[in-house]
Design a protein around this ligand. Structure first.
Ligand SMILES: Cc1cc2nc3c(=O)[nH]c(=O)nc-3n(C[C@H](O)[C@H](O)[C@H](O)COP(=O)(O)O)c2cc1C
Length: 174
């Protein structure tokens, strides 16, 4: 059986909330939930399919808040991992009103590393329905993962997660 996990950070806020909702829908028995602050390349290597969750905090993402996010320490681990044969998807927490010029930028940082290291990345999303000016996570007219805005559009989160999972679960062998 293929093994799937959600690697996410930071803990204790909206990113964790969304990660838990995703795990609930997939089923806890089928998908492990792992905070990136506790994880290493050895943990990544155990899984065939991985969903990454990251919040964009500041224009330079985790570099501004290394301890809280966990991504500062985890990025070198991500860079060490060979993603050939792994299918991955990314969700990103952001705020399209206050940070309209950098909406969910951090998804792009994860995307670049895993793509370079051979991952098949699934789950791109149509930007229609989001209000923002610019995002580094928009590539060829689509978000490279699922943007979630719990600050201003929490009422749309449930539906966004559900339709995204319907699309990606078969690709993740779920
Ligand atoms: C200091 C700070 C900087 C932020 N910068 C951005 C940003 O550049 N782009 C964006 O889309 N959201 C930005 N946000 C919004 C967060 O990504 C959003 O609130 C997210 O839900 C936080 O996730 P968490 O609750 O898991 O920490 C920022 C929030 C804070 C507090």
């Amino acid at each position: 059986m293929q093994k799937t996990a959600i690697f996410y950070g930071p803990v204790g806020g909206s990113t964790e909330y969304v990660a838990k909702r995703i795990q609930e829908i997939i089923g806890a028995g089928k998908c492990d939930l792992i905070p990136v602050r506790d994880a290493s390349v050895t943990d990544l290597e155990k899984y065939d399919n991985i969903i990454f969750g990251i919040a964009t905090i500041g224009n330079e993402t985790w570099h501004n808040e290394p301890v809280k996010s966990g991504w500062f320490g985890f990025m070198p681990e991500l860079e060490k991992c060979d993603f050939n044969g792994k299918t991955c998807a990314i969700f990103g927490l952001g705020d399209q009103i206050r940070y309209a010029d950098h909406f969910v930028d951090a998804m792009a940082d994860v995307y670049e590393v895993i793509k370079t290291n051979g991952a098949t990345v699934t789950g791109s999303v149509d930007p229609k329905g989001y209000e923002f000016n610019h995002s580094r996570s928009l590539i060829d007219g689509r978000f490279i993962g699922l943007p979630v805005d719990e600050d201003f559009e929490s009422d749309r989160t449930g539906k966004r997660i559900k339709s995204w999972l319907e699309e990606i679960m078969p690709q993740l062998g779920l």
